[in-house]
Design a protein. Structure first.
Length: 346
């Protein structure tokens, strides 16, 4: 995007009520211009070549062809950043795998339309700088055949933290499905709307070899377990004697987020007395960079996703620029870099 140029947005939604809310809300931002709308995917196919938007907002469930099928068909030859506007629906993850950049939860009766528009506006601004994938990730629903790491007390004393934002749901899955069942304990912070972290953890648990679940306050970390930080709570690692647990509690936003990657990484740097690994993935802004630097200063091995494979090279770029990253790797290679390092700890 050229500096100063307005972001041209097209809205695709079969609900006139939702369309009007989104159009009016986005149009109020000085950097955004809504250049048109479509009432379904067929309408969108006809208008997109003519309108050439910078960003598309799209409902997932629509009459006729769904948003997911549209993305699978359209994006390979016409990559454009797409933000999903969805109710609390598991299909949003299928749409992200099909190439959508991010998603926003539509407000229900009790929820604020202003908060929805604020979140959507922010994601449109981010999406305008994103590098959309032109094709779905390969074999997204299948774990890669990876041999177990094996026994050895050294690997029982390792903790891994992973943080991601825009583009991170699929990037993190790509890492996790390449890891073995007996991976050292992991804590994952992914910026995500309330209600979706439980579904995301369940999805990872179905696909990956290790146990994955949404973290609960007081959960003990152990080998073969990965915990996903709950939306709208700060998730930190806590040491109790020679054991490690997580605290998931309300609190102020850190680096603009709740949960915050920085909050999790800083907690690891502060309390962890065993070996540590920190991984920072695709995302806008700088959440996690400062915390990862503190981890590295305490002796952690740190991995940053590279520019070429990042949907938004923000968080890993800042982390790399300040010296927080030991090694950069593509999304597909982060897992192998991690495994090679763990094998040196035997």
């Amino acid at each position: 995007m050229e500096l100063g140029k307005k972001i041209r947005v097209m809205v695709v939604d079969d609900s006139a009520l939702a369309r009007n809310l989104i159009i009016q809300g986005l149009s109020a931002h000085p950097r955004i211009e809504v250049i048109g709308y479509a009432i379904n995917t067929l309408d969108a196919k006809q208008k997109l070549p003519r309108l050439k938007p910078d960003v598309v907002t799209m409902d997932v469930e629509m009459p006729g062809q769904s948003g997911i099928d549209f993305l699978k068909e359209y994006l390979p030859s016409n990559p454009v950043p797409v933000i999903l506007c969805s109710s609390l629906n598991l299909k949003v993850f299928d749409a992200l795998n099909a190439g959508a950049v991010d998603f926003v939860r539509k407000p229900d009766v009790q929820e604020s339309k202003e908060v929805f528009i604020t979140n959507l506006t922010q994601k449109v601004l981010v999406a305008s700088m994103a590098r959309p994938r032109s094709a779905p990730l390969r074999s997204p629903s299948v774990a890669v055949d990876t041999p177990n790491l094996g026994g050895g007390s050294a690997l029982d004393r390792v903790l891994v933290g992973l943080g991601a934002s825009t583009g991170g749901t699929e990037a993190t899955l790509e890492v996790m499905r390449r890891l073995p069942a007996d991976i050292p304990p992991m804590v994952i912070v992914q910026h995500m709307p309330k209600g979706f972290t439980q579904m995301y953890a369940d999805r990872l648990n179905r696909i990956c070899k290790m146990e994955v679940r949404e973290a609960r306050n007081g959960d003990e970390l152990h080998r073969g377990l990965a915990l996903v930080a709950p939306a709208d709570l700060q998730c930190r690692v806590v040491r109790i004697g020679d054991k490690y647990t997580v605290s998931c509690t309300p609190g102020e936003k850190v680096s603009g987020h709740r949960p915050s990657v920085d909050a999790m990484f800083h907690s690891m740097a502060d309390v962890v007395r065993c070996k540590m690994v920190g991984i920072i993935m695709t995302g806008m802004g700088q959440d996690g960079a400062a915390g990862l630097l503190e981890m590295r200063k305490k002796g952690a091995y740190t991995i940053g996703q590279d520019k070429e494979s990042s949907v938004v090279y923000g968080m890993p770029m800042v982390a790399n620029d300040i010296g927080a990253v030991c090694v950069q790797a593509s999304c597909e290679n982060v897992a192998s870099v991690l495994l090679r390092h763990l094998k040196t700890l035997h």
